[in-house]
Design a protein around this ligand. Structure first.
Ligand code: SF4
Length: 447
């Protein structure tokens, strides 16, 4: 069980020296209990107290790394029930099933198709991470062969699904270098699977018939020295699946139940008969609280909305996504190229710069820091006023690069044109389009 703030306080030096950055040891203890402070911030904690406090400072849901390389994912590590309380940290990982009896050519085709499902959004590459290789006939040679192909010929990381220890060992042998997730330790094999996971230092999923039955298994595995666990409460019905996810998250965060303080895995592929329905169920688990979600397949129309939902759920609600203030040359501009200005909200930047690139017109894009707000919001909040924009143009260095003396401001900020003009005497301030889609035609009309 996690320690309370008062229990932590009793273990601190109580000198109120302030070196940890807060005025009192009590305040530090409260911050530590709520995950807002690091134990290392206090240099005076005794070794004995440090040992006891390590438990309190550990996240209530342990983070677990799965895989290697560009599609490595860390799941778990969450500290809040609701995103608006702070943020969710480690995004849900998506997996799709491949049966171990798949033909070589079909496997190659699948991996190629799935690998192509990558989408650029606000400067990020959105893509699924995992292939769940499922043993369907106990053929360990076939299982190992498919595991080897997935591990060696694709970026995907693996979940190895089998209840046969020999098949599991054969799979691990060929893809251990990719840190696969073993699925799953159950009441029937917990000792054997625990030993295999320990020997190979691999993450291990734990499956029980209910949430209530999980702690006996996780306690046993933790007692064996394993910490990289992933929980499956065994529910394969939608309502029960949601209830179990919520129960496990609440138990870990609200009750400090360390036995359930691990990431989770959910199987929409076993809850529906069509990929469309699976996708909707998966969407539910992205929001509440599946750390790994396993589907029967990936298609563009199924995975793209899930990746977008995940992007939205796992961004910090208190920090808009931003790009750096500055000058962005687009299509190799020169000293006579047009100059546009907008805010540093990431979505605004990527949409505007994308349309400018698409126009093929060499041009300059000035990005002004507006605390990550979109143009209209920034203008309404006084973060994109005429004075500010004029001052920014003067100090950003664009005047050293161009002879042009025309600044194109966003259509939604037309009201600032007069003030910008006052700040930039001798410049022409042109109101650009309101909609980004109209930028290409607008720019082409300028050349
Ligand atoms: Fe207390 Fe340690 Fe913070 Fe000093 S640094 S106020 S001893 S918690």
């Amino acid at each position: 069980m996690a320690l309370t703030g008062i229990q932590i306080f009793k273990l601190l030096p109580k000198t109120n020296c302030k070196e940890c950055g807060v005025p009192t040891c009590l305040a530090f203890a409260m911050n530590l209990a709520s995950g807002k402070a690091e134990l290392d911030s206090c240099p005076y904690v005794s070794e004995e107290a440090r040992e006891k406090l390590a438990e309190a400072s550990a996240p209530p849901i342990l983070p677990v790394a799965i895989g290697k390389g560009v599609r490595k994912s860390v799941v778990g590590g969450e500290t809040v029930l609701y995103r608006h309380e702070k943020t969710f940290f480690n995004k849900t990982a998506f997996a799709a099933i491949i049966n171990s009896d798949i033909a070589d050519a079909a496997l190659e085709t699948k991996l190629k198709e799935w690998n192509a499902l990558q989408f650029e959004r606000v400067g990020l590459n959105l893509r699924p991470e995992l292939v769940a290789l499922k043993d369907v006939n106990g053929d360990k040679a076939a299982f190992a062969k498919a595991a080897k192909t997935i591990a060696e010929t694709s970026e995907f990381n693996l979940i190895l699904i089998t209840d046969n220890a020999d098949v599991m060992k054969a799979g691990i042998e060929v893809c251990k270098f990719k840190n696969p997730l073993m699925y799953a330790a159950t009441a029937a094999n917990v000792d054997e699977y625990g030993a295999i996971a320990k020997e190979n230092d691999l993450p291990l999923a734990v499956k029980a018939d209910s949430v209530e039955a999980l702690p006996a298994l996780t306690d046993k595995l933790v007692g064996m020295g394993l910490k990289k666990l992933v929980l499956d409460p065994g529910s394969r019905e939608i309502k029960q699946g949601l209830e179990d996810q919520v129960a496990m998250r609440r138990a870990a965060l609200k009750n400090g139940n360390r036995s359930l303080g691990f990431p989770t895995i959910a199987f929409p592929c076993e809850m529906a008969s069509s990929l469309d329905i699976e996708t909707m169920i998966a969407g539910m688990f992205v929001a509440k609280y599946g750390s790994i979600v396993v589907l029967s397949d990936f298609t563009g129309e199924s995975i793209f909305p899930l990746l977008l939902e995940r992007l939205n759920i796992f961004t910090d609600p208190q920090r808009p996504m931003t790009v750096t203030e500055g000058i962005y040359p687009i299509n190799n501009p020169d000293e006579n190229s047009p100059i546009m200005v907008t805010t540093n909200f990431a979505l605004t930047y990527f949409i505007v710069s994308g349309e400018m690139e698409g126009s093929k017109v060499p041009s300059w894009l000035l990005i002004k820091d507006a605390e990550g707000l979109s143009v209209l919001t920034a203008w309404a909040a006084g973060k994109f006023s005429g004075d500010d924009v004029g001052m920014f143009v003067k100090k950003c260095g664009i005047m050293d690069k161009v002879k042009t003396k025309e600044l194109i401001i966003p259509g939604y900020a037309a009201a600032i044109a007069g003030d910008v003009e006052e700040e930039l005497p001798g410049w022409t301030i042109t109101v650009g389009p309101r909609e980004a889609a109209h930028i290409p035609a607008f720019l082409k009309s300028k050349v």
